[in-house]
Design a protein around this ligand. Structure first.
Ligand SMILES: Nc1nc2c(c(=O)[nH]1)N[C@H]1C(S)=C(S)[C@@H](COP(=O)(O)OP(=O)(O)OC[C@H]3O[C@@H](n4cnc5c(=O)[nH]c(N)nc54)[C@H](O)[C@@H]3O)O[C@H]1N2
Ligand SMILES: Nc1nc2c(c(=O)[nH]1)N[C@H]1C(S)=C(S)[C@@H](COP(=O)(O)OP(=O)(O)OC[C@H]3O[C@@H](n4cnc5c(=O)[nH]c(N)nc54)[C@H](O)[C@@H]3O)O[C@H]1N2
Ligand SMILES: [Mo]
Length: 767
């Protein structure tokens, strides 16, 4: 249970060795070997995340201004090498025996992507059930003709967070000029909870910290994010904090290696001696969905300590001057903390009072605290409340908007945050429509568009008839995958802008196109020369990126050129929509972004190569709260017993997890070395006492059956091997995306609709 903190890698049940170290080097080498990365790939790695280099295509972790020789991590290298493979998925591949679309559905996600980079635009031919090559002009004309016929509101423009700000801005413009705000994005399944939840309480849809805060802080409270796998460069900052004597307190149902210990692969001495840094001072295995209760417990201790200090005339613990000047809701919340019952907190969090007291003491003693979180926080029915509770904790001691403090949501795709910034948003009020009207002389639609959840429901019901996808693999990434496949295949038009073959290509509608694009490390030659693109990271820093490699195929187009190609074929000519001019020179698009968002993007073209990027700014970081009340909101939670998950005998909380050997639906391989699971992803991790109580044994083959009160749909996944694992009782774990067949589409965060993929109600049955 709580707080038997693993002291190093060898304390774990499976002794994986520390994060980083030689294991990470081997991880890179295995991909390098497996993908037969093309010549010069190592040169590409050296350019990653440096000024005038290539911004990594993996996660959104920021790039430091004073970079080191190798400014990439194991997973950034893997993602880069994966794109630079020598293998090609050509028209010949689709023509081969056994490669009809129906037959390809039998392939695994790993096998599909291992076919290599897509080389030609392809069109689905229903008669042969195959993709066949098509000329670009013909593809655009076919897409445009169908889009013109379809009712405007029945078409969706989805974006996964890869494409740069320039292509993304024009993509949003295309949707609006077409006539809808149906611009859902991968963040709808990810940090939408942050966009909505954090805005509600501090008036900012994004985190408030920068590298300067990381360098100054003395403590992290770390919830539901797995840096060893998902943002490995963060490990260097965590280690730096430990080297200067700071503290890290972690809450996570799974003991994640990166939060236990780390050997810096860029430090030769550490590599040779294997000297590891212990990351978490305390590791609390909260049960899945138990963070609201855990944080309530922490706040209760802080309030008690402050009461005591006041009685004794000692120095206050809570920053009352800050609370008075900057917040609302304090009195109700501390009343709630005082009333909260430890028995309820223990039950709902799965942690003991003494463990929470120990954690709270670290918070009380620390002068500057940063709260970090990821999907373990956002993907719950009460995800926004998780965030509000963390903000409560931070606000009690003025830990937002002061150097070395703040709220640090760790974002996913490399430009997921930036795409939202420049207009890929289904909510009309988030976009300066008046500016668009002025700049482009048309009336942008004012009605809200579809969120990913709305789009999936629209696909299942038959309302959605056309789908454009700028990156991503939505069929595989969303809940209710089985029903989604059927809906997807009923559409009039599916257009996928992709680098690799994936499952979403294999359920073509009446017409379907795969449009292959350049990856970020490849040269993007247009009329005015090789083009740079920009992206925004988790700290709201904007960076330019220049591709330097020859494209994987001469037939590839840039994402921007594909967007403008579709736009020209779909929309009537309009003097203000200068698609060709913009394609010829992306700096003109940056001028448009600047004109639309002048505060954030002034001097965009001049500042884009500033080392470390330029900061877009964030009022909340300066204690300017853009909330309804103009203050930061302290939120009083409802009764703990009424939170989200209805426990029942035999019902478990399934958390869907990522391995170190995948990037979302891209499966690099079958080695989850940090968790000691090799050779398969078809597993369920379960507490040994739960296994015994269920009358099962380690190694049994089981199936998971969704046990959801919200509808009667049958959902199950079989053929899974039970693995006894150190998890809190009642919480089980298995892999995303395989488990998406089990997640009901209506099982999502109450206010942001982010699918609650970290607490899916399931039963475990013998298979
Ligand atoms: N290599 C690699 N890098 C990636 C990705 C990838 O797939 N592979 N994906 C990218 C994307 S799009 C994203 S969004 C990020 C995702 O990065 P993360 O936010 O780290 O996402 P996950 O790995 O899904 O889960 C995070 C952690 O939450 C924990 N957790 C689950 N439930 C709970 C809970 O109820 N409470 C608490 N406190 N913890 C919980 C899990 O055990 C896990 O350690 O990473 C990005 N980077
Ligand atoms: N159960 C469960 N479901 C989840 C999650 C979970 O934790 N659990 N996590 C959710 C999260 S956080 C996210 S972000 C979503 C991810 O959902 P998506 O963003 O839709 O999926 P990805 O797997 O990132 O997309 C992979 C595909 O993108 C294409 N691609 C790769 N690079 C590029 C590029 O540079 N340009 C273009 N145009 N295409 C490219 C390739 O063809 C590749 O096959 O999944 C969500 N679904
Ligand atoms: Mo994500």
């Amino acid at each position: 249970m709580a707080n038997d903190t693993p002291k190093n890698a060898n304390d774990l049940p499976h002794s994986p060795g520390p994060a980083g170290g030689w294991g990470s080097m081997k991880g890179i080498a295995s991909i390098y070997g497996e993908t037969w990365a093309s010549p010069g790939a190592l040169d590409s790695l050296r350019r990653l995340n440096k000024p005038k280099g290539v911004m990594c295509v993996s996660c959104a972790w920021p790039k430091p201004a004073n970079y080191s020789a190798f400014e990439f991590c194991e997973n950034g290298a893997k993602a880069t090498l994966w794109e630079l493979t020598k293998d090609r998925c050509t028209p010949d591949f689709f023509a081969e025996d056994g490669h009809t679309v129906t037959q390809l559905r039998e392939w695994s996600d790993h096998e599909l992507e291992m076919t290599g980079r897509l080389t030609h635009p392809m069109r689905y031919d229903a008669a042969s059930d195959r993709y066949v090559p098509v000329e670009w002009d013909e593809a655009f004309a076919g897409i445009g003709a169908t889009l013109r016929e379809l009712p405007r509101e029945d078409v969706v423009f989805y974006a996964s967070g890869h494409a740069g700000l320039e292509a993304s801005y024009l993509y949003a413009l295309l949707a609006r000029a077409y006539g809808n705000n149906n611009l859902p994005q991968s963040s709808n399944m990810c940090h939408e909870t942050t966009s909505v939840g954090l805005t509600k309480v501090i008036g900012s849809p994004v985190g408030t910290v920068t590298f300067d805060d990381l360098a100054e802080t003395d403590c992290y409270f770390y919830f539901g994010q797995n840096p060893g796998t998902n943002s490995p460069r963060f490990l260097h900052n965590l280690k730096a904090l430990k080297d200067r004597g700071g503290k890290i307190v972690t809450f996570n149902p799974v003991i994640e290696q990166g939060l236990v210990s780390f050997v810096d692969p860029q430090n030769p001495l550490e590599m040779l001696t294997g000297e590891e840094t212990i990351i978490s001072d305390q590791y609390h295995q909260v049960q899945s969905g138990g963070d609201v209760a855990a944080i309530l417990g922490l706040c209760k201790v802080v309030v008690e300590a402050d009461d005591r200090a006041q009685q004794d005339g000692a120095q206050e613990v809570i920053d009352h001057a800050f609370i008075k000047q900057h917040t609302t809701g304090f009195d109700d919340f501390i009343a709630c903390c005082r009333d909260a019952d430890w028995a309820d907190i223990e039950k709902a969090s799965g942690l003991t009072e003494s463990a929470l007291r120990e954690a709270a003491q670290v918070y009380i003693d620390a002068e500057k605290v940063i709260g970090v979180y990821g999907m373990g926080f956002t993907q719950h029915t009460h995800g926004a409340l998780n965030i509000a509770m963390l903000v409560n904790l931070l606000l009690l001691k003025g830990n937002i908007g002061r150097p070395g403090t703040g709220c640090c949501p760790v974002r996913g795709h490399s430009n997921v945050q930036g795409q939202r910034t420049v207009g890929i948003a289904e909510k009309a009020h988030l976009v300066p429509m008046d500016k668009l009207k002025k700049l482009f002389d048309f009336d942008p639609p004012t009605k809200d568009g579809m969120h990913v959840v709305d789009a999936v429901q629209g696909l299942i019901s038959g309302k959605v008839r056309g789908f454009i996808s700028l990156g991503g693999n939505l069929v595989r990434a969303v809940p209710d995958q089985k029903r989604m496949e059927e809906g997807w295949a009923n559409q009039d038009l599916v257009v996928m802008v992709s680098t690799k073959l994936n499952r979403s290509h294999l359920y073509p509608g009446k017409s379907a196109y795969i449009l292959p694009c350049l990856s970020r490390s490849e040269k993007d030659e247009q009329a005015s020369g090789n083009q740079a693109v920009t992206s925004e990271d988790s700290f709201s820093m904007i960076n330019g990126s220049i591709g330097h490699r020859d494209p994987s195929s001469e037939h590839l187009k840039s994402e921007l050129a594909i967007v403008t190609g579709i736009a020209k074929a779909t929309l009537d000519p309009h003097p203000k929509l200068k698609w060709d001019e913009w394609t010829g020179d992306y700096s003109l698009v940056r001028d448009l972004i600047e004109a639309t968002y002048p505060d954030d993007f002034h001097d965009f073209n001049k500042r884009m190569f500033q080392p470390g990027g330029f900061w877009r700014g964030n009022p909340a970081a300066e204690r300017i709260w853009k909330t309804d009340s103009g203050k930061a909101v302290i939120t009083t939670p409802p009764q703990l017993t009424s939170l989200g998950f209805a426990d029942k005998p035999g019902r478990y909380r399934l958390l869907t997890m990522r391995s170190n050997d995948q990037f979302n639906t891209t499966i690099y391989g079958y080695s989850d070395r940090f968790r000691g699971i090799e050779g398969t992803r078809d597993v369920v991790l379960m507490n040994p006492d739960d296994i015994a109580e269920a009358g099962m044994s380690d190694g049994d083959t089981v199936r998971l059956v969704t046990d959801y009160d919200g509808d009667d749909v049958e959902r199950h996944l079989g053929g899974l091997k039970l693995v006894a694992y150190k998890l809190p009782r009642g919480t089980i774990a298995s892999y995303y995306p395989e488990c998406n067949v089990l997640v009901p589409i209506t099982h999502h965060d109450e206010i942001s609709k982010t699918p609650a993929s970290k607490s899916v109600p399931v039963r475990v049955e013998a298979d």
